[in-house]
Ligand binder design. Sequence first.
Ligand SMILES: [Zn+2]
Length: 661
Amino acid sequence: MIELPFRQVHLDFHTSPLIPDVGVDFDPEEFAKTLKDAYVNSITVFAKCHHGMSYYPTKVGMVHPSLKRDLLGEMVEACHREGIRVCAYISVVWDEYSASKHADWLQVNKDGTLAGRPPFGNRGWRFLCMNSPYVDYVAEQTEEVLKSYDVDGVFFDIVMQTFPGCVCNHCMDSMKKLGLNPEDDNDLYRHSLIVSRNFMDRMDKLVKSLNSDASIFYNSRLRLESDDEFGMRPEADYFTHFEIESLPSGGWGYNHFPLFVRYYQTLDKDLLGMTGRFHKSWADFGGFKNNPALEYECFTMLSLGAKCSVGDQLHPRGKLDKTVYNLIGSVYKKVAEREEWCEDAKPLSDIGVLISSSFFNDWRTDSDEGAMRILSEFHYQFSFIDSREDLSKYKLIITPDRVNMDEVLAEKLRKYLNGGGKLITSYKSGLAGDKFILDDLGVEYLGDSDYCPDYFRVLSPADKEIEPAEYVMYERGTKVQPIDGTQILAETYQPYFNRTWEHFSSHAQTPPDKKTPYPAAVRNDNVIYISYPIFRAYILNGNLVYKKLVRNCIDLLLDNPLTIDNAPSTARITVTSQHYNGKDRHIVHILHYIPERRCKSIDVIEDVIPICNINLKVRVDGSPSRCYLVPEKKEVNFVYNNGYVEFTVPEVNGYQMVVIE
Ligand SMILES: [Zn+2]
C-alpha cells in the first residue's frame, strides 16, 4: 500500500494560450522554499492542463506558446531537492487544444449535442472521448512525462464520460460490438464504465511498466454507489490511493467530504481529502479562504483517517502567492504537530450504514446525507459500507430509506441478524416487488401511504426527549401492517384530506384528524423498521424530532456505544485506533467549527467558538495507563468504569485530540 505524506498541495495551472508571459517570474528555489516554509511535503504539479497546454518541451503535445523554460522539470527538481514528493498532473477528458483539432474525438450527449462547453459558452470545457484515438495521445504524453521526469506519481484528472454515456461514432460502434443498447440509459452508463475502466487499465499497465513505485490516481471517479457492478469495487485496484476532491465552498458543500470519507475509509487504501484555499471554488484568484475554515476542513480529514491536500492555482507568471502560503502554512504547521497520532490510525465504528445512493436511486445521496448528519450530530461512530463489507465488524447496521437488496445481501443480513446483529431499516429498503426481502421487519407491506404530509406520534420506549404530540412528516411513507407480536414505537395520524385544488385548508398541510392502524415505527426483536424515508426527510427539512426518533431507535438496539458525551450537536467527535508500542491506543478527535450561510452562495466559517467542560466516556478494553491532550501532551485525569474511560476536556478551541493509551 502506498503511504502518502500528510501535507499536500494540488497546484492547478490551467493557463490560456493567450496569456503572454507564462513562467517568467518562476524561480525554482523560491518556489520550493515557499512550499517548504508552508510545511508542504507533497505536491501535484502540471504536465498538461485543461487548455491542452504542456509545461515542458513535449514532442507529443503542445507546449504553451509563451513558455520559455521547462517548468515541469524545474519544479520536480527543486521540490525533490527540498524533500517534497511530486506527482505529475495530466488532464484527460478536458483538453481544449485537442478538442479544437479533432472534432471526431469529442464526446456526444444522447440528445446529439456535444458534451461540455457549447460553442459560444464561456464556462466549462469540451469533453474528449476516452473511447476515441485521443487515448493514444494521452498515453504518449504520459509515457513522455514518466520517461523524462523522476516524478513520484501521476494524477489523471477528469476521467469520466458524459452522463449517462457518450454516443459518438466510436462509442456507438463499441456498444454495438458489446451487445449494448444505446437507447437504454443503463446500458449507456454501463458502457461509460467499460470505457473508463479500459482507460484506467491501459494507463495502469503503462505507468507501472515505467515506474512501478508511482502512485496513480484517477480523479472525477469517486462516487457512492450501492450497486456492485456500477460501484467502486471493480475499479478500486486501479487506484493506489484515494484523493477525495471536496471543496465545501466550491459546490460540494460541507456534507460531501464527511459522507464520502466514511465510505472510502473502509476500502483499505491510503486516503487524502482535497479542499481548496479559495474563498469559493477552483481558480478563484484573489479569493482566500478564512483560516478557521481551512483548519476545520484539514482537521476533519485527520479526524476521519485521511491526510490533507489543499488546492491552489499558480499565477501564470509562476510565482506562488505569499498570502496563500501563509494561510496554508498556518494550518499545515498544526497538522504537522498532530501527525504522530494520525499515522496509520484507523477510524473506529459501531454502526455500518449500507449505502443507499445509486445510479438507480433518483434520490441520489439524500438518504445517505441525512444519515450522515443525524449520526454525526449525535456523535455516533459509523462508516458507510457497501454490500461486500464484512457486516460482523459492526454492532448495528442501518439501511436508510431505499437500499437495494439482492438475495446475496439479504442472506448476508439474515446471517448477521441470526448471529445477534442489530438492524434499523426505513421506508423501502429491501423492498422486492410488493414485499420486503427480509422477513424480520415485523410488518407486512401494503403500499404507499395514502396521505402526505401525514403525522406521527412517538410512543414509549422510543420517546426519550420527544414531547407527546402529532408531528408532521412531509415525505410520503409506506403503509405497513404490523404482524402479531410486533412492538409499536410510533403511530401515524392521517389528516382530514390530502391537499388538492378540490379540497384544501389554510396555508399548508391539512391538520391531523385521526390515528391510523399503520405504524410509523416498529420493533421486532433485533430489528427496527421506520415507515418514513426518515433520513431523507431530515436532510430535506431538518425537523429535530426526525433526528431524535432515529437516535432513540439506535439507543434501543446499540449497547455500549464507543463514545458517550455532553458536547453540543455542532461538535464532531470521532475515535481512531493506532498501533503503538505493540498495543493499540485510541485517539479521540473533538472538532467545533460552525459553517454558517452568511451570503447567498456559500457557507462561511469565520470564528473559532470554544466549547468547555466536555465530559467524555470512551469504551476501551481494560483500564489505560494514560490519558492526555495532544499535541500539548498534557495529562488528563480519568477514571475507568464498566469498560469506559471517563474524563473531562476543559476546553476545545476548534480541534482537540485526546490520546488514551
Ligand atoms: Zn464516445
